[in-house]
Ligand binder design. Structure first.
Ligand SMILES: *Cc1c(COP(=O)(O)O)cnc(C)c1O
Length: 376
């Protein structure tokens, strides 16, 4: 197998037509030509977020937008609730603490989604909290959270509802406005199928009210600068022009297919992958599996990192390993963005061959057959 299959939960493969678009000669960003591209990319993004709020574009990896969602709306002395169910929930808490914000953590077992009732109780106990920060897909555990249910709870309170949708957007269901999300955070290298380097925030009216009085220090990620520049279809600092050109093409592709169809397709691939794993005797790690990425427990005597290494070196398939205490115990395979059915089937085939090589026994061909049954 000479073709390479990048199955990591970011970066994801960039389709050829998007790569070719980005290979064109660079243009200047303070021009009508670029403004038209930037406008189209942003309007297209709003459809993917399902929002009528503006979506602001930053030049940074996704974490920059996470930071923006904190520094723009909070002030020294503020308290927030943060759901910590994996690496990325922990990152939100660490980020807030770096700015001196008091974090009320809701710790959930890795691989499970938080019970919305626990958030309700925490809000009741701490009525002065300024925000509830959580994650759509907790990529480290391949777990999707019930953002809709949490949104119902936060809606009637004074707290902002902030969601890290970096890996979930475009793969798991997400309704920014209907679910009452005040700030949704996204990045370019996951479901949006362009290279790393852009980050996004949707910002609601309620979030703008907080932004008016926010006193945390900020400069590069200051929402107000982006809002002002947006009036001229511009960014306050040099745009990552090439990536925005790629973004325009990517959102055009997604919206042409329809975001709901795109999500359904990734969901089908995720279900097929899980069925394949089950068919060869492997257990899915998460109790609330995401359509963006699947985490799988390796059989007892097989170290997940050995499996990931073998798949990469001998089969040209790149999975991700587990993080923190899951290192060596799980591997992760993404389904988002430019990952298509061929990627999914070929990586299942390679997974079977690699497991055989590592001495694991199962019914040959059962994985691919189970996946094809779903994808037919
Ligand atoms: C990838 C990811 C991030 C971090 O993004 P960077 O681009 O590495 O800064 C944050 N949250 C989630 C849920 C992610 O999947």
């Amino acid at each position: 197998m000479s073709k390479k299959y990048l199955m990591t939960p970011g970066p994801t493969p960039v389709p050829e037509d998007i790569r070719l678009e980005m290979a064109k000669p660079i243009i200047h960003h303070r021009t009508k030509e670029y403004q038209a591209i930037f406008k189209e990319a942003t309007e297209g993004l709003k459809k993917i977020f399902k929002t009528s709020n503006n979506v602001y574009t930053f030049t940074s990896s996704g974490t920059g937008a996470m930071e923006a969602s904190i520094v723009n709306v909070l002030s020294p002395g503020d308290k927030i609730i943060v759901v910590r169910g994996g690496k990325f929930g922990e990152r939100f808490a660490d980020l807030a603490q770096a700015y001196g914000i008091e974090v009320i953590p809701i710790d959930v077992e890795w691989g499970t989604a938080p019970e919305p009732e626990i958030i309700k109780a925490a809000l009741k106990k701490n009525p002065s909290v300024k925000g509830v920060y959580t994650t759509l897909c907790e990529t480290s555990t391949a777990t999707v959270f019930d953002i809709k249910a949490i949104g119902e709870i936060v809606k009637g309170t004074g707290a902002l509802f902030v969601v890290d949708a970096i890996s979930g957007l475009g793969a798991d269901d997400f309704e920014n406005d209907k679910w009452g999300v005040d700030i949704a955070v996204c990045g370019s290298q996951k479901g949006l199928m362009i290279p790393p380097g852009l980050a996004f925030c949707s910002v609601s009216e309620k979030a703008w009210k907080y932004a008016e009085t926010s006193k945390l220090p900020k400069f590069y990620f200051n929402f107000k600068k982006y809002k002002k520049a947006w009036l001229d279809t511009d960014t306050p600092f040099t745009s990552a022009i090439t990536l925005v050109i790629g973004l325009k093409k990517a959102v055009e592709k997604i919206n042409k297919q329809g975001i709901d169809n795109v999500i359904a397709e990734h969901n089908a691939q995720a279900r097929a992958f899980r069925a394949a794993c089950n068919a060869i005797g492997l257990k899915i790690f998460s109790k609330s599996p995401s359509s963006a990425v699947t985490g799988v427990n390796t059989p007892a005597r097989i170290n997940a990192d050995d499996l990931v290494k073998l798949l990469k070196t001998e089969f040209n398939v790149t999975f991700a390993g587990g993080q923190e205490h899951l290192k060596g115990k799980i591997f992760r395979c993404a389904h988002m963005g430019g990952i298509d059915r061929e990627h999914t089937i070929e990586s299942i085939r390679a997974l079977g061959q690699a497991l055989t090589k590592l001495g694991y026994e199962f019914k040959a061909g059962a994985g691919v057959a189970a996946a094809e049954d779903i994808l037919h």
